[in-house]
Design a binder for this molecule. Structure first.
Ligand SMILES: [Zn+2]
Length: 157
């Protein structure tokens, strides 16, 4: 056996290209193939494989307000939406349910998850109306859920 096997066999080069195209970092590629990270970087440059998006804009820390993580409390926009909801007159008399009641299994992000009747009961359902954007409840239930001083209030069918 030769003392030093060539670092870059055909197979390794293929894997290098595959991993590179899959978007793995040099370190990850190096780990995967079993060579040093420097070897990966050197081979990539010899193969003229570069990542344009990272070489051009090497600032992944730049904050995109739309993608920034929101705090867990109700964000300002939603707070405004709530204010707008409360500002509407006569809302208390609006019927909230419209026959879209759904079971737990049918719940999704597009359905109000306000419990109707008693949890555990045979006819237990969730509201199922289209929710206010970014909130788990429809407009009517959002009012009830977030109304100041109404936290103790029991859901009414
Ligand atoms: Zn609802």
């Amino acid at each position: 056996m030769p003392a030093t096997a060539p670092t870059w066999t055909e197979e390794r080069i293929e894997r290098l290209k595959n991993r590179f195209e899959a978007g793995l970092s040099c370190r990850e590629i190096a780990c995967d193939i079993g060579v040093s990270r420097n070897a990966v970087i050197g081979k990539l440059s010899r193969l003229n494989l570069t990542r344009e998006k990272t070489s051009d804009a090497p600032r992944p820390t730049r904050k995109d307000p739309a993608k920034a993580k929101r705090p867990k409390s109700v964000p300002r926009l939603q707070y405004r939406m709530l204010q707008a909801l409360y500002a509407e007159p006569a809302a208390d008399h609006e019927p909230i349910h419209n026959g879209q009641c759904c079971s737990l299994l049918e719940l999704s992000k597009e359905r109000c998850r306000w419990p109707i009747s008693t949890p555990g009961a045979d006819d237990f359902r969730f509201c199922g109306n289209p929710p206010v954007e970014g909130l788990p409840y429809c407009a009517g239930h959002t009012r009830i859920a977030y109304r100041p001083g109404s936290r103790q209030r029991v859901a009414r069918g």
